[in-house]
Design a protein around this ligand. Sequence first.
Ligand SMILES: [Zn+2]
Length: 243
Amino acid sequence: MATSTKKKVRKARKPAPVKTAPDPHLPNPYYEVRDSAVHGRGCFARQFIPKGTRIAEYIGDRITWAEADKRYEGYDVNDNHTFLFIVDKKTVVDGGVNGNDARFINHSCDENVQSTVEKGRVYLDAIKDIQQNEELGFDYQIGRDKNDPPNVDEIFACRCGSPKCRGTMLWPAKRPKPRKKKRSSVKTAAKKVASKSAKKAAKKATKKVAKKATKKVAKKKVAKKVAKKVAKKAAKKKAAKKK
Ligand SMILES: [Zn+2]
């Protein structure tokens, strides 16, 4: 019989991460809303929150993108408040209407909370151990748009104060350079034109060569005919001489 040389050990069971969100219509048990040094009001941990805890559900009016556009038509472009949260291609949750305190969780480039969408609902989970009185923050990753005003980076500037701060709530962090894009598109257009004209030229050239070749063949044929005629004439002459 084989015997184990290792002594059996005891093992602590890790607390299972809490994945049921607290009732979104009641005051949140994990955080309270206070004035924030980062931005307006923020959410601060009432107590130590272990990593993996489902802190809150982000609720509000569930509307279509078209409805959201209508609702905020003519809003001040210099206002960086947005409580709209993307669920999917069709739906947006508007935390500004019938929302809960979760809408006050500020943006942070070094998030301790992460947003996840599960079965069409938005949840906020602790991705780090969060100490009491620590402010909660998650990365808003606000998308860029073609119609953004030129000062969009100023409007959505980030002041989260983290060493990892990328300076903006927008994503991607840097505005794509339209000039370069234009240039490259002009280049590709030029390339296309060039390749087209090259193709045309090539076609012309092959046509010319083909014409020349047919001409040559025709000339040869004529020459052969002429030669035959000459030969016939010569034969006739010879026959006449013999007579
Ligand atoms: Zn930041």
